[in-house]
Design a protein around this ligand. Structure first.
Ligand SMILES: [Fe+2]
Length: 212
């Protein structure tokens, strides 16, 4: 199974603080049957300043540990959409995970999504259950779906969901794991929604068995 959204990569954002913590998290994935992990550190976030160079450097270091742990790793990013984003790290050269302000609807959302799509990317909106403006305005939700924006929900939100999953709006489930300091992951969801994670592997164009 696969996790396409997390902050396991160390020392680049508010996720794992050290390589030791990252290794511990990787072992936790392995114990719970998740063997493909796409690291998605924050990019362009107003609170976490980092750069693609450091992210790639730390990724190369952690990837060596992934091989020892039996985890197949990929690098992506969680891009905080603003009118002037500079960098994205797409997953498999194709998927860009994006987030926006949770409380206020960003007027530039459609434009920026369209800009990225014109560059050839498929867009995944992260943790859709967090956006109050999305649940309360059916027009925005429909427009994003019409634009072929994929919706990702956090696994820890599955239990209490009465809207997104139930109405078939969710394309991806993922952990958004920040380390134990922010709470544990409801690993049961990987078992109860196995087909969705298997579909994710196919959608990302990953060929199983994977070669490191
Ligand atoms: Fe995240």
């Amino acid at each position: 199974m696969i996790d396409i959204h997390n902050h396991v990569l160390f020392a680049v954002d508010d996720g794992s603080e050290s390589i030791e913590e990252s290794i511990e998290m990787l072992r936790e994935y392995k114990r719970n049957g998740v063997e493909i992990v796409v690291f998605t550190p924050h990019l362009n976030h107003p609170m976490f300043k980092n750069d693609v160079e450091t992210i790639k450097k730390n990724y190369d270091i952690l990837n060596e540990e992934c091989k020892k742990t039996g985890i197949y790793a990929l690098l992506g990013s969680e891009v905080y959409l603003t009118p002037d984003i500079k960098d994205v790290i797409p997953v498999n050269d194709r998927f860009v995970l994006v987030e926006v302000n949770v409380s206020t609807y960003p007027m530039y959302l459609y434009d920026k999504v369209f800009d990225l799509q014109l560059e050839g990317y498929d867009i995944i909106l992260a943790h859709v259950e967090r956006y109050a403006w999305l649940k309360s305005d059916a027009r925005i939700l429909k427009k994003l779906k019409d634009m072929n924006v994929y919706f990702q929900m956090n696994v820890n939100s599955v239990k209490d969901d009465k809207f997104f999953l139930k109405n078939g709006y969710i394309d991806f489930l993922a952990t958004d794991y920040h380390g134990k300091k922010r709470g544990t992951v409801d690993w049961e969801v990987f078992k109860t929604h196995k087909e969705m994670f298997e579909r994710t592997v196919k959608m990302l164009g990953l060929k199983v068995p994977l070669q490191q």
